[in-house]
Write a protein of this length. Structure first.
Length: 72
């Protein structure tokens, strides 16, 4: 993994699909479903494949591209 990065959000939450696009892991929102179906993604240490999963302040997302911490 590449180390920890912080992702700043302005609202109460961001969905996992939105996060993937915002973090530039995917280029279009439509790619989220395929990405989540074919890659290992952990949210707070638990496997997650739902693009609608809400990420809030303090949540940790781990994937091949690195470890990301959601900050409000």
């Amino acid at each position: 993994m590449n180390g920890e990065k912080q992702i700043k959000i302005t609202g109460e939450y961001i969905t996992l699909g939105q996060f993937l696009k915002f973090a530039r892991i995917i280029s279009q929102g439509g790619e989220a479903k395929f990405y989540l179906a074919t890659r290992k993604v952990l949210v707070n240490g638990e496997p997650e494949a739902r693009r609608g999963r809400k990420l809030r302040d303090g949540d940790v997302v781990e994937l091949d591209e690195g470890r990301f911490v959601i900050k409000q």
